[in-house]
Design a binder for this molecule. Sequence first.
Ligand SMILES: NC(=O)c1ccc[n+]([C@@H]2O[C@H](COP(=O)([O-])OP(=O)(O)OC[C@H]3O[C@@H](n4cnc5c(N)ncnc54)[C@H](OP(=O)(O)O)[C@@H]3O)[C@@H](O)[C@H]2O)c1
Length: 255
Amino acid sequence: MSTYALEQIPRRQPCLPRTIVTGATSGIGRALAIQLIEAGVPVIAIGRNEDQLRELAARSGLVATYAADLSEIDALPALVARIVSAHPDVGCLINNAGIQNDLRVDDAPCDAAQICHEVDVNLVAPMVLTQALIAHLQRQPLGLVVNLTSALGYMPKRTAAVYSATKAGLHLFTLALRVQMAGTTVRVVEVVMPLVDTPMTAGRGGGKLPPAQAAQHLIEGLLAGKTDVRIGKARLLPWLQRWAPGVLARVLQRG
Ligand SMILES: NC(=O)c1ccc[n+]([C@@H]2O[C@H](COP(=O)([O-])OP(=O)(O)OC[C@H]3O[C@@H](n4cnc5c(N)ncnc54)[C@H](OP(=O)(O)O)[C@@H]3O)[C@@H](O)[C@H]2O)c1
């Protein structure tokens, strides 16, 4: 795992408060957790893989871990209550956990249970975690809700209709929440990721960004006070959407 010199990050105060990272056991979330603790930011790591959670906790006393399955929606408010009670200074929620089923809706393994599970993990869980934490965040000097979306939330991928729909939903939830939080201490951030080299994208094409770089750009965006953080090739998204939507569709819908 490559790391980076945190002294190089342009730090603009205030720096980040204690941060919840969902999906901290793999890919982008794991890189985020590691870089945050290297920067001295206390992390609350959530995921199902208990070995990976233990590995993170062993790295630093700044890590607290919570094993949880985010598709168990009814349990999420109690999870947030436990976290707030144990860590009253928690001030940032990074909704990173996600799954992508590479399936057409007319493929045999696609069924109601699979659709609901993908929607629960990618969209319902981030909204419920946010709702459960928002009153607490509003009482903090700086509260942050950070949602990871994708170019596929703007232009769908042929074999990932449900995933694309969840990311489009998370994009709009982010915009709506930002309107609701105007005038409060809560900043609502959307991070649009490009193709990143993680287990989610195993076996897919080249030109992927290493997760450590994706995490570094995300943290830099937060420290710079941005509300829209587009990383790597995702920076082209607004231009492509406006001027060349056909090209964007061809790129994302090939294969
Ligand atoms: N990789 C890309 O190219 C790319 C591009 C655009 C956007 N994104 C977004 O970036 C985020 C991270 O993706 P990644 O590529 O880093 O994926 P990844 O390596 O597959 O990691 C996914 C993470 O989500 C967690 N997770 C999945 N299901 C869960 C559940 N039911 N309960 C709790 N945690 C669960 C996993 O933890 P456990 O297995 O421990 O539960 C894991 O830590 C996702 O939201 C994804 O949509 C990724």
